[in-house]
Design a protein around this ligand. Structure first.
Ligand code: NAP
Length: 848
């Protein structure tokens, strides 16, 4: 057993909420956090001037209305210490501390497919196992210091803004150099300029910045907000950026010039970046429209900075506004009017080296007492790349992502089962209000884990196909905008050698959320959910027989029903009468008629169940009974249930039975019936095969024969605890050898002896489809297995072989059920559930 249900990596906004949400779902969780406190970004980035550029009313959790009401922000844009106080309050309020381990860096996460669990190693040498791993390591946490020659020789101290000393730094009277003029550099520069003797700002690329207009929160405004907070949050969730922004709804290029200027000036006066970019519909997609905003901001820079040469250097010209993060500051540009601030253009005069005394550019030298790097992050992937993450078959994540990150919905990546990434590459993440995106991801992950656990799945994995299609969509959307035109960290351009891939999803928070919800409600479309055999064995230790199934077993024991292998075929066939009586009638079906299908060896009786007038497809069904027993009458109730659940016509086939007719009679009839139904009944509608037990064998074999004989084409094969091999030396046979669980090892030997008396015939793939050398090209499969069933392991084996042959497989394992339960509608509730699940799979295959 894994130590934990879930390990969470990181305790920033994402990790904190993941602990709360997963724990509230009844899961055991532990978060590991490298910092000595929680907060992630807001713990590490404690440089002077650090402030959020999203308003406090938006940049806060919405999951708890009580928290929302009781917390008061002091400022419109919260400063770093206040955000950190808020997060600590959340951890206190929800009692999260016992499940968060500080001062512990996760160094490795290794997937163990056999055991369906992650082994997570930490830098204190400890190792934990967990069924699921949630990576909440942050999009901007792997900080980046440029590899300047001679940095190690520098005599003074140097700092990266993202690892700022917690005790602070006193720059009073010092000559300070600052490299980097992104959001961080723009915030820290005025603070340093305030105290330093001189500040040299080394700028490689000028950045657009708009004012914050920060101010204390007005209590009346706060009251009004809190009165309608729920509706406000709903708007945020459905919005483009995770913040409700009021745009004009018009394109800038259609706007008269004076009106355009008025709109921009209003927004400039009001402060904030998002209202600026959201003012007109074409600003982020049309370069000419974008230029109207860019020129407006450049004019404000020229207006503010007195030295025209410095002003021009501060005017960005090489990329569209918004294509790099639009910075926000109330005092950055004005700072250049101070006599103790010098702007150095290291684009035209590049940094050559750091010396013990300062910094040398190609053409100059700057004596410095201290150096500050606000040089950004290996964004989106850096934090994960620094952990040794290995998925299925030991594949390192860094290797999988060598040419750029690939993640389905940005939340999961193929080959890394049970690993989720919060705000990963391919999700809106950094292009949105992070808190809104984090909450959406955490809740989606929680629901997915709950779904898997409650349905008995031990593995959830994104498929490569879904991941590829999503990746193409992300790129397509990105290239319909101006975003890829900048050398930004969004495309990894700030990290030498990093592949240029546009990582975040720009389709909008609301659109993205809707897609994620669709995927979940379609049973996690694009994911494969499975149960590992190891998990299955483990479950067997603890999972007892379903009480309704146990009643059936007890009833048989009381009635003294002998094992099948002690009976003659006639006696065993007669034994179905009391079972039919116990089951009673199945659900009503609009039309039921008996037909005779012309087979090559004579007429094959069959019964057609038509639940609706215009069904989406036709299913050919083969009953169980070890090729010796059973009939369409005996299987009437469960086939009715399947017809109703699938909404499809179901043709139940009375194939010839052994020992009167030995192999291959049953499979010949099964295949003949399929060919006839395809030609005479199905028309243009899709066709599927289905069956249980020996009927599951006939369904699998019919699918094989259809592939080998060039048709008919099948949309799905539904294999309910199928017989797939004659080898009775499997663990599940050993377990039920001599035990009466409807079917035991002796019964199966008896069935094989009657069906294929010639032992050599049993290895024919049309008798034991698991023995087919090649299973590729078969139709998608829905495989159902039961725990207390000798056929359990060969069901698993067939599902695994199909998957290895790249056949899509949906596998449902009923952890407390017995062989035969599928037929016991009205008696065992799981039979109705299994009919509903198989029916849904059939309907989806027919419709999709
Ligand atoms: P950044 O946007 O990547 O900026 C890094 C700066 O360092 C850029 O000016 C870059 O120049 C410069 N630089 C990097 N390597 C250099 C080199 N070798 N030589 C000279 N200059 C070099 O990083 P950031 O400012 O830390 O911001 C990162 C993100 O964090 C932001 O975009 C934002 O999303 C978030 N953030 C938000 C806030 C807020 O909420 N207010 C505050 C800070 C950060 P080039 O442009 O030429 O590459």
């Amino acid at each position: 057993m894994a130590d934990l249900d879930v390990v969470v990596v990181g305790a920033g906004f994402a990790g904190i909420y993941a602990v709360h949400a997963l724990r509230s779902a009844g899961l055991t969780v532990r978060a590991f956090e490298a910092g000595s406190g929680i907060g992630g970004t807001w713990f590490w980035n404690c440089y002077p001037g650090a402030r959020c550029d999203v308003e406090s009313k938006d940049y806060s959790y919405s999951f708890s209305p009580e928290l929302e009401q009781e917390w008061s922000w002091s400022e419109r844009y919260p400063a770093q210490p206040e955000v950190l106080r808020y997060l600590n309050h959340v951890a206190d309020r929800f009692g999260l501390w016992p499940d968060i381990q500080l001062n512990t860096r996760v160094t490795a996460a290794i997937w163990d497919g056999e055991a369906s669990q992650w082994t997570v190693r930490t830098d204190d040498g400890a190792e934990r196992t967990a069924r699921f791993c949630v990576m909440a390591a942050g999009c901007l946490s792997a900080y980046q210091v440029p590899a300047f020659r001679g940095l190690e020789s520098f005599r003074g101290p140097w700092y990266h803004t993202s690892r700022w000393p917690r005790e602070g730094v006193d720059f009073t009277g010092l000559q300070v150099g600052l490299v980097g003029t992104g959001s961080t550099g723009i915030q820290v520069a005025p603070e340093i300029a305030e105290v330093a003797q001189h500040l040299y700002v080394f700028q490689r690329t000028a950045n657009f910045a708009v004012p914050n207009r920060n101010a204390p929160v007005d209590p009346n405004v706060e009251r009004a907000l809190k009165a309608g907070y729920r509706q406000y949050r709903e708007q945020a969730r459905a919005s483009m950026l995770g913040v409700p922004v009021e745009g004009t709804g018009r394109p800038a290029l259609a706007e008269p010039a004076a009106e355009l200027q008025r709109t921009y000036m209003e927004r400039w006066q009001a402060g904030g970046g998002m209202p600026f970019l959201g003012a007109y519909t074409d600003v982020l997609v049309d370069r000419a429209a974008n230029d109207t905003v860019a020129e407006f901001i450049r004019d404000r820079i020229r207006e503010t900075v007195r030295d025209p040469a410095v002003a021009e250097l501060l005017c960005p010209t090489t990329y569209p506004v918004g294509a790099k993060r639009l910075c926000q500051s109330d005092d950055y540009f004005a700072m250049y009017n101070r006599p103790n601030v010098t702007l150095v253009d290291v684009r035209s005069d590049p940094i050559a080296e750091v010396t013990p005394e300062g910094l040398r550019t190609a053409d100059g030298f700057y004596a410095l007492d201290a150096l500050v790097f606000a040089t950004g992050f290996d964004a989106m992937t850096g934090a994960l790349a620094r952990i040794d993450i290995r998925g299925a078959d030991g594949l390192p994540l860094t290797e999988k992502w060598a040419a750029g990150p690939r993640a389905y919905l940005g939340v999961a990546t193929a080959g890394f089962p049970n690993m989720f990434i919060v705000t990963g590459p391919g999700s809106p993440s950094v292009l949105s209000n992070m808190v809104v995106s984090i909450e959406q991801h955490v809740e989606w992950i929680r629901d997915c884990v709950e779904y898997a656990v409650s349905h008995g799945y031990s593995q959830v994995e994104a498929t490569s196909e879904a991941e590829k299609a999503w990746g193409e969509h992300v790129i397509e959307v990105a290239y319909s905008t101006l975003f890829p035109m900048a050398d930004s960290w969004y495309v990894g351009a700030n990290i030498p050698g990093k592949p240029r891939v546009f990582s975040p999803y720009i389709g909008g928070v609301g659109t993205y959320r809707a897609r994620c919800d669709e995927v979940a409600s379609a049973g996690y479309e694009g994911f494969v959910l499975t149960v590992s055999l190891a998990d299955c064995r483990r479950l067997a230790v603890s999972v007892s027989v379903n009480p309704q199934a146990q009643q059936v077993l007890d009833g048989r024991a009381e009635a003294g029903v002998p094992p099948t292998w002690e009976q003659t075929p006639e006696e065993a066939r007669a034994g179905f009468a009391p079972v039919r009586e116990m089951i009673g009638p199945g659900p009503d079906v609009a039309s039921v008629r008996d037909i005779v299908i012309p087979g090559t060896a004579g007429g094959i009786p069959a019964r057609v169940y038509s639940p609706v007038a215009n069904p989406p497809g036709t299913v050919v069904y083969y009953h169980g009974g070890g090729w010796v027993l059973g009939s369409v009458d005996d299987w009437d109730a469960c086939v009715r249930a399947l017809a109703v659940a699938s909404g499809c016509d179901v043709v139940s086939v009375d194939y010839r039975l052994a020992p009167e007719h030995v192999f291959p009679a049953a499979t010949d009839d099964a295949y003949d019936a399929l060919v006839w139904v395809a030609a005479e009944m199905a028309g243009d509608r899709p066709l599927a095969v289905a069956g249980d037990s020996a009927g599951g064998n006939l369904a699998a074999v019919s699918a094989l024969r259809a592939r080998d004989s060039g048709g008919p084409a099948l949309a799905l094969q539904v294999l309910i605890y199928p017989v797939t091999d004659h080898d009775l030396d499997r663990e599940s046979y050993r377990k039920y050898d001599g035990r009466e669980f409807i079917l035991n090892k002796g019964d199966m030997a008896w069935f094989w002896d009657h069906y294929a008396p010639d032992p050599a015939a049993r290895s024919n793939p049309y008798a034991s489809p698991l023995r087919a050398t090649d299973l590729s090209g078969l139709p998608p499969a829905f495989v159902l297995t039961a725990e207390h069933d000798p056929l359990r392991d060969e069901g698993y084996a067939y599902a695994d072989r199909l998957r290895a042959a790249k056949v899509p497989v949906e596998h449902r394992h009923y952890g407390s059920q017995i062989h035969g339960f599928f037929t016991l509608v009205n008696v065992i509730d799981d039979a109705d559930k299994a009919a509903a699940e198989s029916g849904a799979a059939i309907r989806a295959a027919m419709e999709g």
